[in-house]
Write a new protein. Structure first.
Length: 216
Protein backbone atom coordinates (compact mmCIF):
# COMPACT_ATOMS: atom_id res chain seq x y z
CA UNK A 1 0.00 0.00 0.00
CA UNK A 2 1.42 3.42 -1.03
CA UNK A 3 0.20 7.01 -1.02
CA UNK A 4 -2.22 7.70 -3.89
CA UNK A 5 -2.92 4.03 -4.62
CA UNK A 6 -6.45 2.83 -3.81
CA UNK A 7 -6.48 -0.28 -1.67
CA UNK A 8 -8.39 -3.32 -2.93
CA UNK A 9 -9.69 -4.22 0.53
CA UNK A 10 -10.19 -2.72 3.96
CA UNK A 11 -7.79 -5.32 5.35
CA UNK A 12 -4.98 -3.82 3.25
CA UNK A 13 -5.30 -0.67 5.34
CA UNK A 14 -5.40 -2.41 8.71
CA UNK A 15 -2.28 -4.51 8.70
CA UNK A 16 0.04 -4.71 11.71
CA UNK A 17 2.70 -2.01 12.04
CA UNK A 18 3.98 -0.51 9.71
CA UNK A 19 0.98 -1.20 7.47
CA UNK A 20 -1.49 0.32 9.94
CA UNK A 21 -2.80 3.04 7.64
CA UNK A 22 -5.90 3.11 9.83
CA UNK A 23 -6.02 2.00 13.45
CA UNK A 24 -8.84 -0.52 13.06
CA UNK A 25 -12.34 -0.92 11.67
CA UNK A 26 -15.94 -0.76 12.72
CA UNK A 27 -19.16 -1.99 11.02
CA UNK A 28 -19.90 1.36 9.35
CA UNK A 29 -16.46 1.51 7.77
CA UNK A 30 -16.71 -2.07 6.56
CA UNK A 31 -20.12 -1.43 5.01
CA UNK A 32 -19.10 1.79 3.27
CA UNK A 33 -15.74 0.62 1.91
CA UNK A 34 -17.02 -1.35 -1.10
CA UNK A 35 -19.23 1.39 -2.59
CA UNK A 36 -16.57 3.99 -1.86
CA UNK A 37 -13.89 1.96 -3.66
CA UNK A 38 -16.14 1.51 -6.71
CA UNK A 39 -16.77 5.23 -6.87
CA UNK A 40 -13.09 6.09 -6.47
CA UNK A 41 -12.20 3.80 -9.37
CA UNK A 42 -15.00 5.03 -11.63
CA UNK A 43 -15.17 8.74 -10.97
CA UNK A 44 -12.27 9.77 -8.75
CA UNK A 45 -12.91 11.05 -5.25
CA UNK A 46 -16.32 10.34 -3.74
CA UNK A 47 -15.77 13.36 -1.53
CA UNK A 48 -16.14 15.68 -4.53
CA UNK A 49 -19.83 16.15 -3.82
CA UNK A 50 -20.89 14.20 -6.94
CA UNK A 51 -24.50 13.06 -6.61
CA UNK A 52 -23.75 9.65 -8.09
CA UNK A 53 -20.98 9.19 -5.54
CA UNK A 54 -23.37 9.89 -2.71
CA UNK A 55 -25.93 7.51 -4.11
CA UNK A 56 -23.33 4.76 -4.45
CA UNK A 57 -22.16 5.21 -0.90
CA UNK A 58 -25.68 5.25 0.48
CA UNK A 59 -26.79 2.15 -1.37
CA UNK A 60 -27.24 -0.82 0.93
CA UNK A 61 -26.90 1.11 4.18
CA UNK A 62 -29.31 0.45 7.02
CA UNK A 63 -32.38 2.70 7.32
CA UNK A 64 -31.48 5.89 9.13
CA UNK A 65 -27.74 5.23 8.85
CA UNK A 66 -25.78 8.10 7.33
CA UNK A 67 -22.75 7.44 5.12
CA UNK A 68 -19.87 9.87 5.36
CA UNK A 69 -19.38 12.31 2.49
CA UNK A 70 -16.93 14.54 4.31
CA UNK A 71 -13.66 15.90 3.03
CA UNK A 72 -10.49 14.17 4.29
CA UNK A 73 -9.56 14.90 7.88
CA UNK A 74 -6.78 17.39 8.56
CA UNK A 75 -5.07 18.36 11.80
CA UNK A 76 -4.53 22.00 12.74
CA UNK A 77 -2.30 22.90 15.70
CA UNK A 78 -2.69 26.46 16.95
CA UNK A 79 0.47 27.15 18.94
CA UNK A 80 -0.87 30.41 20.37
CA UNK A 81 -3.95 28.74 21.84
CA UNK A 82 -2.33 25.36 22.62
CA UNK A 83 -5.13 23.61 20.72
CA UNK A 84 -5.04 20.70 18.28
CA UNK A 85 -8.13 20.43 16.08
CA UNK A 86 -9.32 17.78 13.64
CA UNK A 87 -11.26 19.34 10.78
CA UNK A 88 -13.05 18.13 7.66
CA UNK A 89 -13.21 21.07 5.29
CA UNK A 90 -14.74 23.86 7.39
CA UNK A 91 -16.30 21.42 9.87
CA UNK A 92 -14.71 20.96 13.28
CA UNK A 93 -14.62 17.28 14.26
CA UNK A 94 -12.61 17.44 17.51
CA UNK A 95 -10.39 19.85 19.43
CA UNK A 96 -7.98 19.09 22.26
CA UNK A 97 -5.65 21.02 24.58
CA UNK A 98 -2.00 20.22 23.90
CA UNK A 99 1.43 20.84 25.36
CA UNK A 100 4.02 22.41 23.07
CA UNK A 101 7.59 23.65 23.06
CA UNK A 102 7.19 27.34 22.30
CA UNK A 103 9.64 28.34 19.55
CA UNK A 104 10.99 24.77 19.56
CA UNK A 105 7.74 23.50 18.01
CA UNK A 106 8.14 23.88 14.24
CA UNK A 107 5.56 25.74 12.17
CA UNK A 108 4.55 24.62 8.70
CA UNK A 109 2.86 21.75 6.91
CA UNK A 110 3.59 18.11 7.75
CA UNK A 111 1.95 14.71 7.35
CA UNK A 112 1.61 11.77 9.69
CA UNK A 113 4.29 9.40 8.41
CA UNK A 114 4.15 6.75 11.13
CA UNK A 115 1.69 5.60 13.78
CA UNK A 116 2.72 3.41 16.69
CA UNK A 117 1.08 2.01 19.81
CA UNK A 118 3.10 2.14 23.04
CA UNK A 119 6.22 3.86 21.68
CA UNK A 120 9.39 2.22 23.00
CA UNK A 121 7.35 -0.67 24.38
CA UNK A 122 5.35 1.00 27.16
CA UNK A 123 2.25 3.12 27.60
CA UNK A 124 3.46 5.14 30.60
CA UNK A 125 6.77 6.46 29.27
CA UNK A 126 7.62 9.94 28.04
CA UNK A 127 5.66 9.37 24.80
CA UNK A 128 2.58 7.83 26.40
CA UNK A 129 0.48 5.12 24.77
CA UNK A 130 0.33 6.50 21.20
CA UNK A 131 2.72 8.27 18.85
CA UNK A 132 2.24 9.83 15.41
CA UNK A 133 5.44 10.98 13.72
CA UNK A 134 5.44 14.12 11.58
CA UNK A 135 6.96 13.76 8.08
CA UNK A 136 9.84 11.49 9.15
CA UNK A 137 11.23 14.20 11.45
CA UNK A 138 12.11 13.95 15.14
CA UNK A 139 8.82 15.66 15.96
CA UNK A 140 5.65 13.78 16.81
CA UNK A 141 2.20 14.05 18.27
CA UNK A 142 2.26 11.76 21.30
CA UNK A 143 1.07 11.13 24.82
CA UNK A 144 3.00 12.16 27.90
CA UNK A 145 3.82 11.10 31.45
CA UNK A 146 3.75 14.77 32.43
CA UNK A 147 0.04 15.65 32.13
CA UNK A 148 0.57 18.96 33.95
CA UNK A 149 2.52 20.16 30.90
CA UNK A 150 -0.64 20.21 28.74
CA UNK A 151 -1.41 23.83 27.87
CA UNK A 152 2.18 24.91 28.50
CA UNK A 153 5.42 25.28 26.51
CA UNK A 154 7.52 22.64 28.25
CA UNK A 155 8.23 20.09 25.51
CA UNK A 156 11.36 19.98 23.36
CA UNK A 157 9.20 20.66 20.32
CA UNK A 158 6.77 17.75 20.11
CA UNK A 159 3.02 18.02 20.60
CA UNK A 160 1.93 16.43 23.88
CA UNK A 161 -1.61 15.18 24.47
CA UNK A 162 -3.56 13.65 27.32
CA UNK A 163 -4.02 9.87 27.29
CA UNK A 164 -7.69 9.74 26.26
CA UNK A 165 -7.16 12.49 23.71
CA UNK A 166 -4.17 10.95 21.94
CA UNK A 167 -5.81 7.52 21.86
CA UNK A 168 -8.94 8.96 20.26
CA UNK A 169 -6.90 10.96 17.75
CA UNK A 170 -4.93 7.83 16.85
CA UNK A 171 -8.20 6.08 15.95
CA UNK A 172 -9.61 9.06 14.07
CA UNK A 173 -6.83 9.92 11.60
CA UNK A 174 -4.96 7.67 9.15
CA UNK A 175 -1.36 7.78 8.10
CA UNK A 176 -0.82 10.53 5.54
CA UNK A 177 -3.10 12.99 7.36
CA UNK A 178 -2.04 16.60 6.76
CA UNK A 179 -0.88 18.50 9.86
CA UNK A 180 -0.71 22.31 9.80
CA UNK A 181 1.11 24.04 12.69
CA UNK A 182 1.06 27.80 13.26
CA UNK A 183 0.09 30.71 15.50
CA UNK A 184 -3.50 31.92 15.58
CA UNK A 185 -4.68 29.66 12.76
CA UNK A 186 -7.76 28.29 14.50
CA UNK A 187 -10.44 29.87 16.71
CA UNK A 188 -10.45 28.71 20.31
CA UNK A 189 -13.11 26.02 20.22
CA UNK A 190 -13.96 23.04 22.36
CA UNK A 191 -15.55 19.95 20.89
CA UNK A 192 -14.64 16.83 22.86
CA UNK A 193 -17.76 14.74 23.51
CA UNK A 194 -18.24 12.63 26.59
CA UNK A 195 -18.34 9.44 24.52
CA UNK A 196 -15.00 8.95 22.81
CA UNK A 197 -14.57 7.48 19.34
CA UNK A 198 -12.75 4.14 19.42
CA UNK A 199 -12.34 1.39 16.88
CA UNK A 200 -13.14 -2.14 17.99
CA UNK A 201 -11.38 -4.53 15.61
CA UNK A 202 -7.70 -3.67 16.08
CA UNK A 203 -4.39 -5.04 14.82
CA UNK A 204 -0.95 -5.15 16.44
CA UNK A 205 0.49 -1.66 16.03
CA UNK A 206 3.49 -1.89 18.32
CA UNK A 207 7.05 -1.69 16.99
CA UNK A 208 9.54 -3.53 19.22
CA UNK A 209 12.30 -3.20 16.61
CA UNK A 210 12.84 0.53 16.98
CA UNK A 211 13.66 2.91 19.82
CA UNK A 212 12.08 6.30 19.25
CA UNK A 213 14.11 9.44 19.87
CA UNK A 214 11.46 12.09 19.33
CA UNK A 215 12.22 15.41 20.97
CA UNK A 216 9.43 14.94 23.57
Amino acid sequence: MTFGTPSSSLQDLTGPYPDNWIAGTDPTMAQAFGPLLVQLKNNGSAASGNGHAKAALAEGMAPGQRPFFAEPYEIIVDTREHVLAVVSGNVLIRSYPVGLGGDRTPEGTFAISEKVVNPNGKDDGEFGSRGMQLSDTNYAIHGTNEPDSIGKDESLGCIRMGKKDVEELFDLVPKGTKVEIGKGILPKLKNVPADRFALGDRQDQTNPHRTYHWLD
